[in-house]
Design a protein around this ligand. Structure first.
Ligand code: GTP
Ligand code: MG
Length: 229
């Protein structure tokens, strides 16, 4: 057997094991009435800022908590904790993505009781997280206006692993001459029919629409039609 062949087999085994744990997590979330949402994007696209706005808006009405993954530091957990909801950092060390087992371990002995929403911010990376199911109900892929409109074409797998695309930092769109129509076209080329939301965590633009979208997805997803707001 050639060395390359062995490498593929190990990877398949790890992914299979991840799927088993993810399935168990998903069942546990559903049994407990928890709607789990994960966020993936390249580093610095605005996941933590977007999540902080989201948690702040939801916390009066719903029981919410968040897990956040990073290679090092608990900076993001400290930022998210400002929203006043329970937050836990997962430090992955050298691992460039979260795995279902990391989520399960982080929740053990910590999961706040009777949650409505659990948010999971993945490690900033447009490649590795795409292969790992975390048991979530909804996966968002964020893409900021400062990254360039071509990201969906260059990293199609991560867009294909997500349910909804969120264009972030739209307050900066004019300054960086962001071509919104081209970006949406590129997303649709990779994932026809994908819902695209547009937000600014700085100004709050698009946040009301996002929160409404989230509530509807949780309770009556069939009512949603693809949106390019
Ligand atoms: N102007 C503007 N800046 C933003 C917005 N959202 C985030 N930022 C800034 O962008 C930078 C990165 O934002 P983060 O929220 O840390 O991004 P992230 O995706 O969580 O980053 P990692 O966790 O490191 O991958 C910070 O300086 C934020 O203040 C936005 O809507 N508008
Ligand atoms: Mg972050």
């Amino acid at each position: 057997m050639r060395p390359q062949t062995r490498l593929v087999e190990v990877r398949q085994k790890v992914l299979k094991q991840n799927d088993v744990v993810a399935r168990e997590l998903r069942r546990q979330f559903h049994d407990d009435g928890i709607f789990a949402v994960s966020l993936v994007s390249s580093p610095g696209s605005g996941k933590t800022a977007f999540l902080e706005c989201t948690l702040t808006r939801l916390r009066g009405q719903f029981r919410v908590a968040a897990l956040v993954g990073d290679l090092a530091t608990d900076n993001d957990a400290v930022r998210l904790a400002r929203s006043g909801v329970p937050v836990k950092q997962i430090v992955t060390g050298t691992v460039c993505h979260l795995e279902a087992e990391m989520v399960r371990s982080a929740l053990e002995g910590w999961m706040p009781p009777k949650l409505d929403f659990l948010f999971v911010e993945n490690v900033g990376n447009l490649v590795c997280p795409s292969s790992y199911d975390l048991g979530e109900d909804l996966r968002l892929v964020l893409m900021s206006v400062t990254e360039g409109e071509d990201k969906p074409l260059k990293y199609p797998t991560i867009f294909n692993s997500a349910d909804v695309a969120v264009i972030t930092k739209i307050d900066l769109a004019d300054a960086v001459e962001f071509d919104r129509d081209q970006a949406v076209k590129n997303i649709q080329a990779v994932r026809p029919g994908m819902t695209v939301l547009e937000v600014s965590s700085k100004t709050g633009a698009g946040m009301d629409q996002w929160i409404e979208f989230l509530k509807t997805w949780r309770t009556a997803p069939a009512e949603l039609t693809p949106t390019t707001a």
